[in-house]
Design a binder for this molecule. Sequence first.
Ligand SMILES: [Zn+2]
Length: 291
Amino acid sequence: MTQPQRVVTDTMAGLKLPDFDTWSDRVATVLGQNPGPFTGPGTNTYLVGTSKRPLLLDTGIGLEVYDPLLEQGLSETKGANELQEIVLTHVHQDHIGGVPNVQKRFGELSVSKHRWPEKDRAYDFPLTYIEDGATIETDGATLHAIHTPGHAKDHLCYYLEEEKALFTGDLVLGAGTTVVPEEGGGLIDYMASLRKLLDLDLSVIYPAHGPAIREPYKKLNAYIAHRELREQQVLDALGAGLTRIPDMVKRIYVDVPEFLHAAAGNSVQSHLIKLEKEGVVKNEGEEWALA
Ligand SMILES: [Zn+2]
């Protein structure tokens, strides 16, 4: 049996965070109330700014239980009862899903994100499209949008200039690793996005799931090393003659419970697709082999 090998050893399992909390002079969180194996304690939605009209970064999945907590969190962390606007990291439901309820409570706030027309058309509220490099300002906080595809085509990270902090959405999580989905994602983009973040001057990462990351470069390098190790493990499995994804999962993910093997299979597949694009492996039906 292959020994389990992993770079990222922490996990979201059992992690708990308070319903709302102050993380810095400018940044407070309200938890989306959607815990799960992939969301950890749930989506962090962020109140950003120093005024009584902060902006809301991500909105959770749209659960009714979130709305009174947002109101309470806004009041207790910012002494506020208004929002300036809504800004989104990406179109996945646990980030955009809360928009209609938030607008019902706080008025027709503008909603900004990067474009992904095929997904955006599922929502009937107006969206303001922002590009890589766009700046969003609120009292006490300046956010710079950074296009970071890989987890989702429209994914933006936001750099908070005043704190050298980075909101990473689902690109980098507070614990464990993230999903690189086949639809709208891809490991080539994902790795490039991680490497792009290494060039920033960072003191902290505020992820969309899990706690703040106080050693940003250690985390980014661990994320890169994790994927590089997985890629090597996939190559080793192919070299050992394994051709099918479920067999590779059994070999590589010996330390992962069976209910996560489907997700692990998606991860192996995303490595194989990357390697295929790079001309290293070939694929026929469900069979994979070294090229
Ligand atoms: Zn996502």
